[in-house]
Design a binder for this molecule. Sequence first.
Ligand code: RIB
Length: 314
Amino acid sequence: MKKILVVGSSNTDLIIQVPEIPRPGETVLGSRFQTFPGGKGANQAVAAARAGGEVIFIAAVGDDPYGSEAVKGYRRDRINCEDIKVCRDTPSGIALISVSEKGENAISVAPGANYKLSPEDMEEAEAAFDEADLMLIQLEITLDTVHRAVEICEELRTRVILNPAPATDLPDGILNRTDIITPNEAEAERLTGIRIRNEKGAWKAAEWLHRKGVRTVIITLGARGAYLSDPATGPGRMIPGFAVNAVDTTAAGDVFNGQLAVALSEGKSLEHAIGLAHAAAALSVQKAGAQSSIPMREETDYFYQANLANQHTK
Ligand code: RIB
């Protein structure tokens, strides 16, 4: 089986259900409080493992119960954790999340140990990079570390999927070593400076990213689906998503990326891989939490087949 290398963050999510997301200066009284494993890197690693991938996860956690519980969970999902570093005197990453009645969220992250994952750690994980068929990486670790990871992939000719979340500006040295980029609307706007109000805006943003050297651009547009631009496979086009009632959209993007990576490593076409990624994300938003909401591959395949005719075309 092809191996998927995920490099990224591991957090513990502290979640409060609120009637609506508080505005600056406002206090809102919420209801349920829950603790779930999260972190964009970890969520994507778990999503790839549950999608049937053989996953190696490179990350850093603190020497505390949050970190050790998180790693136990990754092992339960059969993820190779040999390159997860445990940092002394540093807390594990924590995310404070408010989830509204509409399923929307607002997230603040204290990176803790995630920012101790260094470029040297990438070099030390040589065997993991050697074995990988594809690397999936995000931006909750330092950009220096992301930069070294994509350089190693370039040297090894390993495909890179970059999920540029959370939104930030990126140096050309990362973009031009990225094969597939998967921003959401806000992240694509931040990277390119182009407003994405419609398909034309998505096309312009994709062209900007192609000029920076990215071959395939997939801009996720929430319930509307995703805009795919890959000049080698035809003109830019919308791949519709599936309409479902969302209770919690936390990690929907992570689930999309984990499933996408596995489907591409299986040799599926971009359209088919995006369709499966939409299906996995649609299943995840119907459950609370990040890793707690990630479906197994059988559920995703079943949902995809059963709902193909109902793909949301708005
Ligand atoms: O993408 C969702 C994730 O973002 C959460 O699990 C939280 O940990 C933050 O990293």
